[in-house]
Write a protein of this length. Structure first.
Length: 530
């Protein structure tokens, strides 16, 4: 029952957030914080054994499916500098600040804290970026960073934790573990992606294909973790490959898969951000009452270090390679200070940081209590909340104030129209070839219908660039789609009336309605985009 309450309430809040200017992650965290004080609300403690293997893989898989492999490859340098270089830098910088600020905190425990809060959230920044229409390159960099940085942070955390609990880890051992985890995770993903894609394309039943799709991220994560490699990287590699090759899967599977993964991502993201706010009682109970104002000072210092470290890394990582390489300057001629400012401020932390923090053991190998464990949990919680609230609330007005060049709708429509025109011409040539074969002889009305469908598809996008109706303000394409919905609705009403009169049965009704649904979905595909 508590789980059902969490899912239902978080979904309701996320749905309500779509009608407000506040991004859903922020509203969910705020509601979670308030709900944690309400009597009778169950206590939800984050279990790393659930969050990391059960929640993280599907969220990463969804993000990877929606990402562009080609765009990520074109921006591999800034993505790598952020997802690997920045995370390691943040681990050291934040850890050093915590070591200096918190009296009695060992350097190893401080580095554990640094690794825990190093990775920006895989969902929050990209969700806000998509909503605000950031330039495509910035969105790609943020998405690429969020796909890989968790793997870097988890590996850095394992190395720092080994030193903190007394396993005697050295820098050499840490580098070896990082190399094994990263190379191994990529290798597992490369080994799995081709057979998984082959299986997807050879299963003929869409339900089986989508069942496989739901299992893929968990299988990839578990397989990599079984050989002590990075499950995060395995999931990302498989997801990028399957997304890049999704056109080879039949249309029914793509339609179902898109709907299924949108629903899964919506439910998981909503529950995850609500869970962040609901952790307040757990964290405060562990902290106790002895620290008082000192804990707030430590939290402020760590938060400031997290924010400052990102800017200290992002600006040199943006401009130093351009200063050293003429080739990079030619490829990125329009880079200004605005882009790294947005990337630097889009460093919200999330549930992965909290999950890693909760996985810190209670004791060291010597049986002693882990140094400052409860304080590390508290500082992680305040950092996550601080970045989500402060940066999350100010990022949208910052982007609007900077007036970054958003994608030009006319240019996008023009590119789509040109692509559709080339495809329609190829389709018409192929149709003429097929109709010339006596085995494909069709009555002239049916042949004309095929040609008219191609012509309609080609002209629809061009019409969006044309003039609008003076009375309604709609383009010809808008009017066509509205009228198509009206006539489809009229057909639907007749089918239902015939079913109610027992002239057709429910099975036939469902078949007829599905046909109309597909036609309506094709006409209104732009409105169905998330």
């Amino acid at each position: 029952m508590p789980l059902l309450m969490l899912v239902a309430a978080s979904a309701a809040v996320a749905g309500a957030a779509r009608r407000t200017p506040v991004p859903a992650p922020l509203l969910l965290v705020a509601v979670g914080l308030l709900a944690s004080y309400v009597p009778g609300v169950p206590e939800y403690a984050l279990d790393p054994g659930i969050v990391l293997p059960l929640l993280l893989p599907p969220l990463l898989h969804t993000a990877a499916l929606d990402s562009s492999y080609l765009d990520l490859r074109a921006n591999i340098r800034p993505v790598a500098l952020l997802s690997v270089g920045y995370v390691l830098f943040a681990t050291l910088a934040v850890g050093w600040v915590a070591y200096l600020v918190v009296p009695g905190m060992p350097l190893t425990a401080a580095l554990v804290l640094g690794a825990v809060v190093a990775p920006p959230d895989a969902v929050a920044a990209t969700a806000i970026a998509r909503r605000l229409g950031l330039p495509s390159r910035i969105t790609t960099i943020l998405q690429g960073e969020s796909l890989v940085n968790d793997a870097t942070a988890i590996t850095a955390y394992k190395v720092a934790l080994a030193a903190a609990v007394g396993e005697g880890a050295t820098w050499g051992e840490g580098l070896r573990e990082f190399a094994v985890a990263s190379v191994g995770g990529v290798a597992v993903g490369l080994l799995l992606m081709v057979p998984l894609h082959w299986l997807r394309t050879h299963l003929r039943e869409p339900l089986l294909q989508n069942t496989l799709s739901l299992l893929i991220p968990f299988a990839a994560y578990a397989a990599a973790e079984e050989v002590e490699a990075s499950g995060v990287l395995a999931v990302v590699v498989v997801g990028l490959y399957l997304g890049h090759r999704s056109w080879q899967v039949d249309f029914a599977t793509r339609l179902q898969e898109a709907a299924v993964w949108r629903m899964v991502a919506f439910v998981l993201e909503s529950a995850v951000f609500a869970l962040i706010g609901l952790q307040l009682p757990v964290v405060m109970r562990g902290l106790g009452t002895g620290l008082g104002q000192a804990a707030l000072w430590y939290a402020s210092a760590v938060f400031a270090a997290v924010v400052a470290a990102r800017f200290v890394w992002v600006f040199p990582a943006t401009f130093l390679p351009r200063a050293l390489s003429a080739r990079i300057r030619e490829r990125e001629p329009d880079t200004t200070w605005k882009a790294p400012l947005v990337v630097g401020w889009a460093g919200m932390r999330g549930v992965v940081s909290l999950a890693i923090a909760f996985s810190i053991p209670e004791t060291t190998h010597g049986g002693q209590p882990f140094p400052a464990r409860n304080l590390v949990l508290f500082l992680t919680f305040t950092t996550v909340i601080g970045t989500l609230v402060v940066q999350g609330l100010t990022l949208p007005p910052l982007i609007r104030r900077l007036r970054l060049p958003a994608p030009d709708p006319s240019a996008v429509t023009l590119a789509e129209a040109q692509a559709q025109s080339e495809a329609s011409q190829a389709a018409e040539r192929r149709l003429d070839e097929l109709l010339a074969d006596p085995r494909n002889t069709l009555p002239e009305p049916l042949a004309d219908r095929l040609r008219s469908v191609l012509e309609r598809r080609r002209n629809a996008v061009w019409e969006r660039l044309g003039a609008v109706n003076e009375l309604s303000g709609e383009s010809a394409d808008d009017i066509y789609r509205r009228l198509a919905r009206e006539v489809i609705g009229a057909e639907r009403e007749v089918f239902v009336r015939l079913r109610d009169a027992r002239r057709i049965d429910d099975e036939m009704l469902r078949s007829l309605l599905r046909r109309l649904d597909l036609e309506e979905a094709a006409a209104y595909r732009e409105e169905m985009e998330p």
